[in-house]
Design a protein around this ligand. Sequence first.
Ligand code: NAD
Ligand code: LMR
Length: 339
Amino acid sequence: RSTCAAASSTHPLLRRRGYSSESAPERKVAVLGAAGGIGQPLALLMKLNPLVSSLSLYDIAGTPGVAADVSHINTRSEVVGYMGEDQLGKALEGCDLVIIPAGVPRKPGMTRDDLFNINAGIVKSLATAIAKYCPHALVNMISNPVNSTVPIAAEVFKKAGTYDEKKLFGVTMLDVVRAKTFYAGKAKVPVEGVNVPVVGGHAGITILPLFSQATPKANLSDEDIKALTKRTQDGGTEVVEAKAGKGSATLSMAYAGAIFADACLKGLNGVPDVIECSFVQSSITELPFFASKVKLGKNGVEEVLDLGPLSDYEKQGLESLMPELKSSIEKGIKFANQS
Ligand code: NAD
Ligand code: LMR
């Protein structure tokens, strides 16, 4: 275990968005799977976030080193590393936000669903601990297959009597990050100003970027939109293949996870009009979980926004994704209730 010194209030990172370590409320954030490919850079990025006062880094192995390393960074949060199941309770106690990138990543040729057998059990046990030690925390689920792991966590929380649908989020932010990057490249517009909602789920065709709603507007051909949609849907596979057996996206995921966690913290802190896409309990389609734009507030989800106007191509994409998404959700629910 390692703890860090209090940060200097004059550090530039602490001054962004008008927050200082003195004015931002105390927030404890845990990363479960903190020694992994995503966990380590995510721990770094959360250490840089001035909204975090306590950073709890948990994994089954390797966390003392990660925590010691990250704790030397002169920012606000105190860092503590926890290793092994007997320390999980301490890692979670008092958490406002728990981020879960624990579990195995894909290798070339695998689908995200091929990770189900291992990751479903990991997520189930972590969700059980969350229900026990920090039942009121927001949960950001990164572990794949997200389309099933979110329903698993929901069922675990329901059984424990702690489920609050406003507090459980499947992290689909990387799809948004990719859609923004690819759109900016094709439309030749500065990427900083680009917005693209991505809806549905987080696997293959269940990832549905809504380029018809992208801003700034650009006159892209139908072929361009098709190519952008396909690249966004296959973005994860592009990285898995490039890494050639050494895992999946870690750095871009850590960035996306940190952006989404920051949005959740801003919502908790009462910052108005915080809107990001996430896979949440939803009634905007006939499926019980769906990714769409979500307004974040003091209790988590404040409003699930509807899909808005879709192009014919997007309407087709929506229709095509429903059966796969439905079966992935049902698979998660069944797993959580049978074992
Ligand atoms: P990794 O193997 O590098 O790291 C996973 C970490 O989880 C390891 O350190 C491991 O020790 C830890 N772990 C395993 N069982 C655990 C448990 N019971 N409790 C706590 N920690 C445990 O993998 P990675 O590249 O970091 O990917 C992690 C997960 O994130 C994978 O399932 C991957 O598919 C998923 N992922 C999701 C997205 C997304 O957009 N949602 C993007 C990229 C990766
Ligand atoms: C991603 O989109 O990069 C992740 O879901 C990891 C993967 O397996 O593709």
